[in-house]
Design a protein around this ligand. Structure first.
Ligand code: URA
Length: 214
């Protein structure tokens, strides 16, 4: 894994192979969706590498032993709609994670992201202690991720990590600047955005390719 400041590139060979498959414009919906979800699972291995564990005594068939266990509240926060494509992949390894959807659209006039849906657990004991993982496959301008982080912080979340598959340098700069406390995990840092706001080389519109709406 490569890292610099708050950016971590999870470039495992299995991830690179699957990323090449989803970059290919010939890859159809089923394979696109499956490979994207598998990349999310493989990334989760690194994303969760340093999460704190508690100790617990359990009894094996032979004797008692102190084991380590995950007691922190884990929240997966997919940004609608493309973030849904990564959710199953993460849930596969943290099945008890709470799913807190964030819906944002871009206002045609102001071009600013507007919230239309945000459902988060209001009854968790210590909101500032929960670990939140924002999921959005494409980190292009960073505008949507920035808005999602702000919404989550507004209600009291403090431990926020952003997980995307492909990112552009401009977005990394924006998130690092606005949220120096937020770690960013990517499978690849691509070159730039084109005039239409797509990541180059990227993989096209992730939402359209996941849901077949192209
Ligand atoms: N959103 C996408 O789905 N793809 C891009 O390249 C940029 C934003």
């Amino acid at each position: 894994m490569e890292s610099s400041k708050n950016l971590f590139i999870v470039n495992h060979p299995l991830i690179q192979d699957k990323l090449t498959r989803i970059r290919n414009h010939l890859t159809q919906k089923k394979d696109f969706k499956e490979n994207l979800s598998e990349i999310a699972t493989l990334m989760a291995y690194e994303v969760f590498k340093d999460i704190p564990l508690d100790e617990i005594e359990v009894e094996t068939p032979i004797t008692k032993v102190i084991g380590k266990t995950l007691t922190k509240t884990i929240i997966l926060s997919p940004i609608l709609r493309a973030g849904l494509g990564m959710t199953n992949g993460f849930e596969y390894v943290v099945p008890n994670a709470i799913i807190s959807h964030v819906g944002l659209y871009r206002d045609e006039e102001t071009l600013k992201p507007q919230k239309y849906f945000f459902k988060y657990p209001k009854n968790i004991k210590n909101i500032s202690d929960a670990l939140v993982f924002i999921l959005d496959p494409m980190l292009a301008t960073g505008g949507t991720a920035d808005a999602a982080i702000k919404e989550l912080k507004k209600v009291g979340f403090k431990n926020i990590t952003l997980v995307s598959i492909v990112g552009a340098p401009v977005a990394i700069k924006k998130i690092n600047h606005n949220h120096p406390d937020v770690k960013i995990f990517l499978a690849a840092l691509d070159k730039k955005l084109n005039d239409d706001g797509y990541i180059v080389p990227g993989l096209g519109d992730a939402g359209d390719r996941i849901f077949g709406t192209k």
